[in-house]
Design a binder for this molecule. Sequence first.
Ligand SMILES: C[S@@+](CC[C@H](N)C(=O)[O-])C[C@H]1O[C@@H](n2cnc3c(N)ncnc32)[C@H](O)[C@@H]1O
Length: 271
Amino acid sequence: MAAERDYVLGTHEEELARLGLQHRVWRPVVLDCWQRAGITVGKRVLDVGAGPGYASIDLAEIVGPTGEVVALERSQNFIRALETICRARSLANVKIHELDLMKGDLPKGDYDFAWCRWVISFVNDQSLLIEKLGAIMPKGSVAIFHEYGHYETWRFLPRLPMQERFREHVIATWRESGGEPDGAIQLPGLLGENGFVIRSIRPHIFCLRPSDYMWQWPATFIETYLERLIETGRIDHKFAEQVRTALASAEKNPNARMLTPLVLEIIAEKL
Ligand SMILES: C[S@@+](CC[C@H](N)C(=O)[O-])C[C@H]1O[C@@H](n2cnc3c(N)ncnc32)[C@H](O)[C@@H]1O
């Protein structure tokens, strides 16, 4: 079960649910991106670091029975969750590989697309991952990334000093676990070195009100990650309460806004 412990955000039930909410909040943006990139019926898509497979399921429905989704994931808990959903929805076009992206080769296939979201921040060797992807993606295939490019854009207006201290713990703990929160910045260079040409780069950043659905994405992250930081002894209950109080005050303030962490959408074609 080392893989469960290795992942800085955890693979427990609350994280599974949080990833589901995160996917639902982002779904309109993601569906638009997939359409622009050309994902359609009959295509074969590799989902790199699929988690519990919320995107894999949507992709499987889009590509349909003549297409295929190959999901790569290390966590057994997440894989079990994905298997359960595939069974419940009778989706026979999802293949799941339990593997550590940092160890061994990625499965070869005649993929049309690779989809990689919020994984680059958590692997401890990004260049190795892109090298492995470059080695298996066929000529003319397309790799799509949604990854953080500047995590410090995540802030509140008016400023909440406790949220900013929390954000610094997030950044520090991801780096200590071997990841890089601003990993997207390195992708264009790494993709170029591994035979990809960039088709487009698009920033996704939002300025939210508490009543916006998307507000729930960072808000639920705060709650689950506070618990994680307490569990690992990084912060105490008093710190957590101060962050919760600050968030609650913003939620009552009609002038409050939240700027989200910058996500870069990168679409690249394999030459
Ligand atoms: C933030 S989650 C994102 C999951 C999914 N891509 C999504 O968008 O919902 C990051 C995922 O990367 C996986 N992961 C991190 N490092 C990994 C590695 N070395 N090998 C395989 N999976 C890894 C984690 O287990 C987790 O499921």
